[in-house]
Design a protein around this ligand. Structure first.
Ligand SMILES: Cc1ncc(COP(=O)(O)O)c(C=O)c1O
Length: 451
């Protein structure tokens, strides 16, 4: 039944994309592996692996030394900062590296908390990953600050914007919100939330960890004060990256050791960083940019379906007389236009297939008219099956999904699924194919039928 529908048409060069990711060709129990675990961490292209190995082989040193490998390490970190500045659309001195998003957020929450006092309020949301909740709550406990919660609409797992707006007032000092939910795939209206926060004089701290593989991030356009992401979720190594507006990085005081510089952004980075992984960050941003350049090339040669609205901006750019060389930022923009189109087709196929499986509940947006408010991350439950049981059986067939709460604990508790194993989570990214979606749906239907 599931395979009789038209396959997913994609402008992305999927064969060439997939050939760049060595891990995608693995098998499990004789089945080709299908990586539907992107929300827990994506696979990496060979160039990221090469950059990490090359750093360790040729440049391995600490920073700031008066000799070749140390100087090359300094240059490599500067390159990675420039790559992330292009990725996020900010200045190079507004990019900080750290172990992961959680540690960066704990550190920043402590620095911001130094300036807060009893009577001040912060706002967190029910939909967020706990890494954008607990750092703020524990800081609030330390400083005697009140915590307010923005609630969600249970029926489609979107933020209740009226509730959120009603909880921002002149005492609000910070609004912490996710760009996209790592559990149910909802994309939040972050521009509007930043505007509401700023109108009350509050800071906006955006967790873009889950959004980064799916959509273009533009901190200049969003106008957020801080935004954090993790490169291992968008085809890079296990690292966290924090953007902070220059004025805030200069004003707030980091917890730091005395010999470290007072200059931004380094004063916000603690100890010796993971240099080999930082080398991999430039490679992962360049992977995305090269995908964009390829798509721009197709567009220039009129080999893309022109009905796709996402391409009009790319076409406009190309048609400008004397159009300058495509910058890395422009290439990243083009890559995400193509990624969004491809993922949208996969979302469509996944949801229409999931809806046909008896006794299956999808948590999150299922209305095709609202696809722009979701990414390809699906939380489901099937009657008489625990999520762990489903994930285990799927895993035996080489289909990698996740089960549980994936640290979106406030959400699973609120929807009362925490005690019974949370959700089965299926995550699609741009290297997934329509055939993989079909294989997954077929297996899930069979496993569900045998419950
Ligand atoms: C939405 C979201 N925020 C934050 C995190 C935490 O990121 P990290 O592992 O880099 O600390 C995750 C990790 O899964 C996530 O999905």
């Amino acid at each position: 039944m599931l395979t009789t529908e038209p396959s997913v048409h994609s402008a992305l060069p999927l064969a060439s994309i997939r050939s760049q990711f060595p891990s995608l060709s693995q098998t499990v129990n004789g089945y080709p592996a299908v990586f539907l675990d992107g929300p827990g961490g994506t696979q990496v292209p060979q160039r990221v692996i090469d950059a990490i190995v090359d750093y360790l082989r040729r440049n391995n040193a600490n920073t700031g030394g008066a000799y070749a490998t140390s100087r090359r390490t300094d240059a490599m970190i500067a390159e990675a900062r420039a790559a992330m500045a292009d990725f996020l659309h900010c200045g190079v001195d507004e990019v900080m590296f750290g172990a992961n998003m959680t540690s960066l957020t704990f550190a920043m929450s402590r620095a911001i908390g130094r300036e807060l006092k009893p009577g001040d309020e912060i706002l967190v949301t029910r939909l967020d990953h706990d890494a954008n909740v607990s750092p703020w709550i524990t800081m609030a406990e330390d400083r005697g600050v009140s915590v307010r919660w923005a609630e969600m609409h249970d029926e489609d797992c979107t933020l209740d914007m009226a509730d959120l707006a009603s909880k921002i007032n002149r005492n609000t000092r910070l609004v912490a919100v996710g760009y996209a939910s790592n559990a149910v795939g909802t994309i939040n209206p972050v521009e509007e939330i930043v505007r509401l926060a700023h109108a009350a004089g509050a800071l906006a701290y955006i967790d873009a960890v889950h959004y980064a593989p799916h959509g273009l991030i533009d901190v200049a356009a969003i106008d957020c004060d801080f935004l954090v992401c993790s490169t291992y979720k968008f085809f890079g190594p296990h690292m966290g990256v924090l953007y902070g507006k220059r004025e805030h990085l200069e004003r707030f005081r980091p917890y730091k050791v005395r010999p470290n510089t007072n200059a931004i952004p380094n004063c916000w980075e603690s100890g010796t960083l993971n240099h080999e992984c930082i080398a991999g960050i430039t490679a992962c941003v360049d992977y995305v940019a090269d995908l964009g350049r390829h798509m721009i090339g197709l567009c220039a040669h009129r080999r893309l379906p022109h009905s796709q609205p996402a391409w009009s901006e790319v076409e406009r750019r190309l048609s400008k007389p004397g159009s300058p060389e495509i910058s890395r930022r422009a290439a990243i923009e083009a890559a995400y236009a193509a990624i969004r189109e491809h993922e949208r087709a996969l979302i469509e196929r996944m949801i229409s297939g999931l809806k046909k499986i008896p006794a299956l509940t999808i948590y999150g947006i299922t209305d095709p008219a609202r696809w722009e408010r979701r990414c390809g991350t699906f939380a489901v439950r099937i009657e008489n099956h625990t999520p762990f049981d489903l994930a285990t059986k799927l895993g035996e067939r080489g289909l990698f999904t996740w089960d549980g709460n994936y640290y979106a604990l406030n959400l699973t508790e609120h929807l009362d699924v925490e005690k019974t194993g949370g959700f089965l989570r299926i995550g699609l990214v741009h290297y997934n194919t329509g055939q993989e979606v079909d294989r997954f749906l077929y297996a899930l239907q069979e496993i569900a039928g045998n419950g």
